[in-house]
Every structure is written in structure tokens, then in C-alpha cells.
Ligand binder design. Structure first.
Ligand SMILES: Nc1ncnc2c1ncn2[C@@H]1O[C@H](COP(=O)(O)OP(=O)(O)OP(=O)(O)O)[C@@H](O)[C@H]1O
Ligand SMILES: [Mg+2]
Length: 474
């Protein structure tokens, strides 16, 4: 079998010529016979084949060569297959890994899928089947690269793959899309991507936060516009968002906050594509594509009588659900890499790396603020760290194991201490939500009144992005 190794290694090193055109496939299996079998299976596929008889070697090959797909066994000596996939995903999160597994090792295969394996194949396998899976993985890599470039939406979990697939299909249509997901899961991002990849991309993209208006009338006036004299203070005609978004996309963010009377008016707009400005008598036509988003479960809102069922059906033509980050943790390494590159570039630093330990800490956290929170954590770590690598100590205290409280002999002033903590949390929530007071309140389970009171009490500064919107409307 030594000869076989040699031949395989030779293959590895002679790849330079065809590196650019032929996809590079790595087989990691400790059994010589399996490596030999797979080399025959892929013989006529035009791939550049690489072979490793253990996990360590597999990692080395991935560092040296531009591997496109890994096919790996789960049972290997030294570093087992689970450990290998963990490390591969940390170092090369986008690399599709196909698992070969014996039926008896089924539980590990499930674990491997959870860790981000692309697919699995059971022994004994069908040659055509494994060839087809490799083709699919190569195609997926190509699509992901295209998508990342176009949409800048990062992730390789099955959930995000599904989202991207739907987004790609519906983007160029005029179909109404409803995006649901917790705060910070990427709803705005998907909405903009849908517009940017639609036939309306040259037209306006107007986002309205239905939850950011103090009164329903204000929202109506912003949406529908008004004529002069429609109400006190309406000194001239004003175009509403429905008119401004003509030939483009109107993104109704936080649609779950829209109250029932506005919902009735809106239903008519969707059905008739025309609307009446406040105080007006002549309906205006509008050519708009609607995208709506909410962090509420709209179906539940319908059952509770807070959202009209007919409007829900009109909006929910194509539903897109963005799962919370804690349910797609396999996307974390990829996102971390993306945010590291983004924040380093912003401040003119060469790209930093992250230690395994620090990454593990991030993987173990439950991310209530989802991707936005991860983005901020990485940003902070990049700013605070002058070295080349993010270590666990650069992550903020929420991600560190809790230390035992040491009470100084003189005691502490508990009220003051609590106020200090309160202040820090409110400031962090305001930063996380870009100064959106309502959302910051939701993150802290405080009512709007409570959070406003505390902001005033501690004289806290509100980050700029949503300040204007909220202050003028809440
Ligand atoms: N898949 C992703 N890849 C890269 N960045 C992402 C991804 N999803 C979200 N982000 C980033 O996370 C942040 C939050 O995303 P976004 O504002 O779209 O979330 P949201 O669901 O609209 O949040 P909210 O409910 O608070 O309005 C943004 O900075 C966005 O660029
Ligand atoms: Mg949003």
C-alpha cells in the first residue's frame, strides 16, 4: 500500500498545472482500500484528486491546496472525523464536506451534519450517487460565491441556503415577500438584496418602519401623503412613501406594529395598486413591489386578532423565515471571518484571525441579538486588540465564564452598583439597535415608557441612526 500512498502524494503535488481549471477534491480516509476505490470512482471526472490517511494530513493538504470539496470518513485514528470536520469548518467555513459513514456510526453522522457537513453518504455507497453529491457540492460552492458577491449574505447552514435559494428565485419577480425573524437576523439585509437583484433595481428602495411612529395618523400620512389643509399643520401637499416608491420597492418593516385601521387601508392598496392621499379626493396609481418584515409571529398575531387575516394572506405570498443565530451556529465561523475582514478593512488593519478558544466561546453563546450582536462583538474586539489574533480575553464580558463575586471588606453601595449596570445595559441595547428606543426596550424587556425614563434619568446618548426617526415620531 506504500506504493499507493506515493502515487497519491504525487497526484497532490503535480496539481499546479490544472489548479485553476480542475476542481480539487480531497479524500480523507484511513483505509487504503477506500481511498483506492474513490480514486477510481472519480477517475474520469476531470478532478484533481488529493488523499489523506488521517485528519492531520487532511488539514495540512487543505492549507496547501485550494480544495473545493472534502470527502471524509468519520472513523479515523488520531483525529477522529468529528474533530476533523470541526477544524475544517473553523479554518475553511465555506468548504463543503461530505461524510462517509457506516450505518453503525449514524449518531456521529447526525452530529457532523449539525457541524455543517454538506451531505453524507452511507456505506456501501453507489458510485453514481457519490459522484452526483460531489457535483452538487461544487455547484453549491459556485452559487455561494456568486451570492456572496451579489447579496453579501453570509452563511452555509441549510437554513440560510434555503433562504438564498428562495431569494434568488423571487428577486426578479414582483411577488410580495414576507420576511419573518427575530431582531438582528438579517431581515433588512434580505429586503435590500431582493430589491438590488430585481428588475426594479434602478428604481427607489423605500423602507418604512411601521413601528417608529407615535400615532397611526402619522404613519398614514407618511405612507399615503396628504394634500394641503388635510389637517392642522399640513401647509402644503406632501408625497407619501407609496408615491415616492413608484417603479421601485416599498419595504414595510415591522409590519406587525401597523394598527388595524391602517391595515384595512393598506389591504386596498395592495389589491388595487392605488391609494388616496389624506384629505385627497382623487386616487393615485402606484407601481410598487411590496416587501414586508416583522419580528413577530404574524400567524399568532392573526389568531390573537391583532393582525388582519386577509392582509396576512396578501403579504405572505412568499414567506422567508430567518432562524435565530442560536439555531444555525454552524454559520458563526463564516460570519466571524466576514466581520473580521469588514472591521479590519474599515480601520485599515490587515485581516485578523481568531483563536480556536475565542471562536468556541462565541459558538457557545446564545446570541439574543443575533447577527447584529455578533457583528458588534467582533467590531469591539478588533478595536480593542492591537495584535493579529482575537483571543478570548478580547471578547466582552457576557461571553466569558462568570467569576465568583468578591465582596470588598468595606462592602459596596448596591444601589449605585445596580444603577451602573443598568446604565451599561441600556447603552449596549441602544447601540445594538442603532438607537431604536422601542427595540432597545424590547431587548431589555422594558416598556417604551420605562426605557425612556431611564435614558433621561442617566442622560444617555442615543446612537444616531434612528434617533431622528424615533424622536420625531414616538
Ligand atoms: N447573513 C448575513 N451575512 C452577513 N451579515 C449579516 C447577515 N445577516 C445579518 N447581517 C448583518 O447583521 C446586522 C443586522 O441585520 P438586519 O438589520 O438586516 O437585521 P433585522 O432582522 O432587520 O433586524 P431588526 O429586527 O432589528 O430590524 C446588519 O449589520 C447586517 O448587515
Ligand atoms: Mg430590520
Amino acid at each position: 500500500m506504500q506504493i499507493l500512498h506515493k502515487k497519491m502524494d504525487l497526484t497532490s503535488h503535480s496539481k499546479q498545472k490544472s489548479e485553476k481549471t480542475a476542481p480539487n477534491i480531497l479524500i480523507a480516509d484511513d483505509e487504503d482500500s477506500m481511498r483506492l476505490l474513490l480514486s477510481f470512482v472519480f477517475k474520469n471526472e476531470g478532478y484533481q484528486m488529493h488523499f489523506a490517511e488521517n485528519g492531520k494530513k487532511a488539514l495540512e493538504i487543505c492549507e496547501k491546496f485550494p480544495i473545493d470539496v472534502v470527502i471524509q470518513d468519520l472513523k479515523m485514528p488520531e483525529m477522529d472525523g468529528i474533530e476533523l470536520i470541526k477544524r475544517l469548518k473553523q479554518r475553511h467555513p465555506k468548504l463543503p464536506v461530505i461524510i462517509i459513514t457506516a450505518f453503525s456510526n449514524w449518531e456521529n453522522a447526525v452530529e457532523a451534519m449539525r457541524l455543517g457537513a454538506f451531505d453524507y453518504i452511507k456505506k456501501p455507497f453507489d458510485n453514481d450517487n457519490i459522484r452526483a453529491i460531489v457535483k452538487k457540492a461544487l455547484q453549491f460552492s459556485k452559487h455561494t460565491a456568486e451570492f456572496e458577491e451579489k447579496f453579501q449574505i453570509i452563511g452555509s447552514s441549510p437554513a440560510i441556503r434555503k433562504v438564498l435559494e428562495i431569494a434568488k428565485t423571487v428577486a426578479p419577480t414582483d411577488t410580495t415577500v414576507l420576511i419573518q425573524g427575530e431582531n438582528g437576523t438579517g431581515k433588512d439585509m434580505i429586503a435590500s438584496a431582493l430589491h438590488a437583484n430585481s428588475l426594479r433595481a434602478d428604481g427607489p428602495f423605500i423602507a418604512v418602519n411601521c413601528g417608529a411612529f407615535a400615532s397611526d395618523n402619522l404613519l398614514k400620512s407618511e405612507l399615503f401623503g396628504h394634500v394641503r389643509g388635510a389637517y392642522t399643520g399640513a401647509i402644503s401637499d406632501k408625497k407619501g412613501y407609496l408615491e415616492l416608491a413608484n417603479k421601485g420597492t416599498l419595504f414595510l418593516d415591522e409590519i406587525g406594529e401597523m394598527n388595524l385601521t391602517t391595515q384595512v387601508l393598506f389591504l386596498r392598496v395592495i389589491e388595487e395598486r392605488s391609494f388616496l392621499p389624506l384629505g385627497g379626493t382623487t386616487p393615485k396609481k402606484t407601481d410598487v413591489r411590496f416587501i414586508a418584515a416583522t419580528n413577530r409571529n404574524l400567524e399568532k398575531e392573526v389568531h390573537a386578532g391583532r393582525f388582519r387575516q386577509d392582509l396576512f394572506y396578501r403579504l405572505n405570498v412568499i414567506p422567508i423565515y430567518l432562524p435565530p443565530l442560536r439555531e444555525r451556529k454552524e454559520d458563526i465561523p463564516l460570519l466571524v471571518g466576514h466581520f473580521l475582514a469588514k472591521h479590519c478593512k474599515k480601520i485599515g488593519k490587515p485581516p485578523m484571525r481568531i483563536s480556536e478558544n475565542a471562536l468556541e466561546t462565541l459558538m457557545n453563546y446564545h446570541w439574543p441579538g443575533n447577527i447584529r450582536e455578533l457583528d458588534h462583538v467582533i467590531q469591539r474586539a478588533v478595536l480593542l486588540n492591537h495584535g493579529e489574533r482575537i483571543e478570548k480575553i478580547h471578547l466582552s464580558s457576557s461571553y466569558q465564564p462568570k467569576e465568583k463575586i468578591q465582596l470588598p471588606p468595606s462592602g459596596i453601595h448596591l444601589e449605585k452598583k445596580l444603577e451602573e449596570i443598568e446604565k451599561q445595559y441600556i447603552q449596549a441595547a441602544l447601540e445594538t439597535t442603532h438607537g431604536h428606543i422601542t427595540k432597545a426596550g424590547e431587548l431589555l424587556h422594558l416598556s417604551l415608557r420605562q426605557i425612556r425614563y431611564k435614558i433621561q434619568k442617566y442622560n444617555l446618548s442615543i446612537p444616531l441612526k434612528n434617533q431622528k426617526n424615533e424622536n420625531s415620531s414616538q
